[in-house]
Design a protein around this ligand. Structure first.
Ligand code: FRU
Length: 483
């Protein structure tokens, strides 16, 4: 497979096979000296169907090696219509994957397991379901998340309750085999009718005696889906939220993230699923859909804010610095900062123009009609990423998206941004704290350039450095091998 994909929208450093459908990251675990990333994968086409677990591993978060497809639905079996999401743990000798067994003739996806004794090359499924029935009063149930805490194994499963609340259900085990139900670990407040109906893919990160729950809101019939994070701490087997849920990512194309604890370090990594912002017909033409985000480091600030920044290992993807510019702009004089490749990483310190929106424009067509705007809006104190003019094809969604940024309203104080763009995905990090992920689809394959600009009557100062990123040879997952 070529290292430089011919499809100009196929990301070059974000993890995904070169063809077919992917959605959630699954089973993230460090085992035998490798980071293992599994993911919801349809090896037969670019649509959500017949879900398998694809598999990559990496010693360094940079070089990814495809391993055989780990989980394949068993015809006639308890997972005949899909091996849905879950996670995996390592006990040193083996990896055990916990997943949701999907059959079209049942509304819930019971938990089951498969294990590998050869570092993920072959997997053996448990002959029977591990948790065959959801607790009473449940109307949706799937996506186990297993972790080790206080000498026990614990599991959360995403669910919805028949009173309309969303819940993360808690189980405990001493041996990964026998599980005791402990009740809901956390539920949404009330059934509002507009809130989440259920939680998919609950994830739990501990930071000393504090912790954070990550919840992907599920609304049936295609309602808005997004992911929230709730900081808090555990008390008597229940999670006590310190604040209301806040968005984990402020972009429109981020969902179902999963966590990996780096062993021996106090560090959590997280990957999410960035879905397509183009319609199915176009994805079908392209032959692929979905991409995983870059791995992010997740931490908790002293005030409980959940912080995110690109994993430090990703600095190794940078080639030589392509520019390092400083200057200032006024409305009448946008500044050309420089040319960038189609996969690049930049840092920017922007002193906002407090009289209008100021920031960066990534121009992706020679005539300047196609561009992605990344700006600081001082009146509302927010970051705005506007893709209205970024994808000329009407089959792609547009729109402007915002993240809170009170510093945008403060004169003379630089706002730090880190922006990683990879062909059709942009991850915009604000001060190593908030992040906004979105997809866009430029129509031409010519050079891209970066401008600084402002709509205000004052001026904005900028210091911007950029690096092109080395494309990675991310090959297709190998066909499944059987134990
Ligand atoms: C989240 C999700 C999970 C499910 C999987 C199926 O995107 O709906 O709840 O297990 O995807 O692919």
């Amino acid at each position: 497979m070529s290292t430089s994909p011919a499809d100009p929208h196929l990301p070059a450093v974000h993890l995904r096979p070169p063809r077919n459908w992917i959605n959630d990251p699954n089973g993230l675990v460090f085992h035998d000296g490798y980071y293992h990333v599994f993911f919801q994968y349809n090896p037969h086409g670019p649509q959500h169907a017949n879900m398998h677990w694809g598999h990559y591993r990496s010693p360094d978060l940079i070089n990814w090696e495809p391993l055989p497809v780990a989980l394949t639905p068993t015809p006639g079996g308890y997972d005949a219509d899909g091996c849905y999401s879950g996670n995996a743990v390592s006990d040193g000798n083996r990896m055990v994957a916990f997943y949701s067994a999907h059959r079209a003739d049942r509304w819930w996806q019971p938990v089951t397991t498969a294990e590998s004794h050869d570092n993920g090359h072959t997997w053996t499924k448990r002959p029977h379901l591990l948790i065959p029935e959801p607790p009473a009063g449940t109307t949706m149930y799937r996506d186990p998340y297993v972790w080790r805490q206080d000498e026990r194994w614990r599991m959360l499963v995403g669910s919805a309750l028949d009173d309309g609340r969303a819940a993360a259900q808690l189980y405990e085990s001493d041996d990964l085999e026998h599980w005791t139900y402990r009740g809901p670990f956390h539920t949404s407040d009330t059934a509002t009718g507009t809130g989440p109906i259920g939680w998919e893919c609950p994830q739990y990160a501990t930071f000393g005696d504090r912790s954070a729950l990550i919840l992907s809101d599920w609304t049936p019939q295609g309602g808005p889906s997004h992911t929230s994070v709730v900081p808090g701490r555990e008390k008597d087997g229940r999670f006590e939220a310190a604040t209301a849920p806040v968005p984990l990512d402020h972009g429109p194309d981020f969902y179902a993230p999963a966590l990996l604890k780096v062993p021996g370090e106090d560090r959590w990594l997280m990957w999410g699923w960035a879905w397509e912002a183009r319609d199915h017909a176009w994805a079908h033409e392209a032959g692929w859909a979905g991409v995983l985000t870059l791995p992010r480091e997740v931490s908790l600030a002293a005030d409980g804010t959940v912080l995110q920044r690109p994993a430090r290992e990703l600095l190794a993807l940078r080639g030589p610095r392509i520019f390092n510019g400083t200057g200032h702009v006024t409305r009448h004089e946008p500044i050309e900062i420089g040319q960038v490749g189609h996969t690049f990483d930049l840092t920017a310190a922007l002193v906002p123009d407090t009289t209008g929106t100021s920031g960066l424009r990534l121009i992706t067509s020679a005539d300047g009609s196609e561009y992605l705007d990344i700006g600081l809006d001082p009146t509302a104190g927010r970051l705005v990423v506007d893709r209205t003019h970024a994808s000329p094809d009407v089959r792609a969604r547009g729109g402007a998206y915002v993240a809170p940024c009170p510093a945008a309203a403060r004169p003379n104080v630089p706002v730090e941004l880190r922006v990683i763009v990879d062909r059709s995905i942009a991850e915009v990090y604000l001060a190593d704290e908030q992040v906004l992920t979105l997809r866009f689809y430029p129509s031409t394959d010519g050079p891209w350039r970066l401008q600084a600009r402002t709509t205000g009557s004052g001026r904005s100062e900028f210091a911007v450095a950029a690096w092109n990123l080395a494309p990675q040879d991310i090959r297709e997952a190998q066909p499944a091998r059987w134990a």
